[in-house]
Ligand binder design. Structure first.
Ligand code: AMP
Ligand code: ZN
Ligand code: FE
Ligand code: FE
Length: 288
């Protein structure tokens, strides 16, 4: 029996993925997905191309974005769906986060250089098509230049929070990200809650409750790195707080070859009902 499925968390080469937005949408259609959302880090520059290709193919494409925000531990990312990029607060927020990203790059180069590692701005530019330099670009160069054996080691040794060359860049509070998304008539969804590194359901519930008080609309329950039992726990929490359950693979193409579009590490299936629930929430919140 085939189930209608979707993938609501993907990256193109406008941030740190490898596929151009149009190719990404084509791959989603070829994979039999019924909807896709493009959620690049800190940029909406791929949305027009993705939307145009989706119209050609008769595919459903939800415009999105992903913001990294400050968290007391772990990594907190907030997805925005159906955002209107022309909104003033939203575009001002984008400018701020893009400036913080640009400002981090030379600092990260310097930290690595102090550790005897040579990564240059030119090398980064040659592998960055969309202008948004991310740690995965650094990881790729660290591997290619033989400083580490793989991506995982690039992060654990140098790039992850707490590692030797880590430079923080999240300037937004969760509240600011949610407000910017709402100002652009979008829905704010907590991405991959496993990365919050909560050690109990109670702790996770407390974080989600706090975000709900700031207006959170949904939480990513189905995700490549979530176990079936963690997914069930997340679904329970969305039920408890009356927020939308969503899901996605966090596909990055060749930048994360072990994650397949719509299938994650092989077993992921994100039910299409997520898109319907998001659309219903959007209509309820902002009208038709
Ligand atoms: P940035 O936007 O520069 O903060 O980088 C975030 C990206 O790095 C996301 O796409 C993550 O998937 C990726 N990332 C973060 N931590 C790790 C890790 N430990 N291993 C591999 N990729 C990671
Ligand atoms: Zn990414
Ligand atoms: Fe993320
Ligand atoms: Fe992501």
């Amino acid at each position: 029996m085939s189930v209608l499925s979707c993938d609501l968390h993907t990256h193109s080469n406008c941030s740190d993925g490898s596929d151009p937005p149009g190719i990404l949408v084509k791959k989603a259609a070829d994979a039999g997905l019924h909807a896709i959302a493009l959620t690049d880090h800190d940029t909406v520059s791929g949305l027009a191309e993705a939307g145009a290709e989706a119209r050609v193919l008769g595919m459903e494409c939800v415009p999105g974005i992903e913001f990294g925000v400050r968290a007391s531990k772990g990594n907190m990312h907030i997805l925005g769906y159906f955002v209107d990029p022309s909104d003033g607060l939203f575009s001002a927020t984008l400018k701020r986060v893009q400036a913080a990203r640009a400002e981090r790059t030379p600092r990260l180069i310097k930290r690595l250089s102090d550790l005897g590692i040579s990564i240059t701005a030119d090398e980064l530019e040659s592998i960055t098509t969309g202008g948004q330099v991310g740690r995965p670009h650094f990881a790729r160069l660290l591997v290619e230049k033989g400083y580490v054996k793989d991506f995982g080691q690039a992060f654990s040794k140098y790039l992850a929070r707490g590692a030797k060359a880590y430079v923080p860049k999240s300037i937004l509070s969760p509240d600011e990200a949610i407000q910017a998304i709402h100002s652009a008539c979008g829905l704010a969804v907590l991405a991959h809650p496993f990365s919050l590194q909560c050690t109990s359901r109670r702790e996770l519930e407390a974080v989600v409750q706090g975000l709900c008080q700031q207006g959170l609309d949904g939480m990513e329950c189905w995700y490549s790195e979530h176990s079936p039992s963690f997914t069930r726990q997340c679904l329970d929490i969305t039920g408890k707080f009356n927020i939308v359950a969503t899901g996605g693979s966090d596909y990055h193409g060749a930048a994360k070859p072990y994650i397949k579009l719509g299938r994650g590490k092989g077993n992921l299936i994100v039910p299409y009902e997520c898109v319907e629930a998001l659309r219903a929430r959007h209509k309820e919140k902002y009208g038709a």
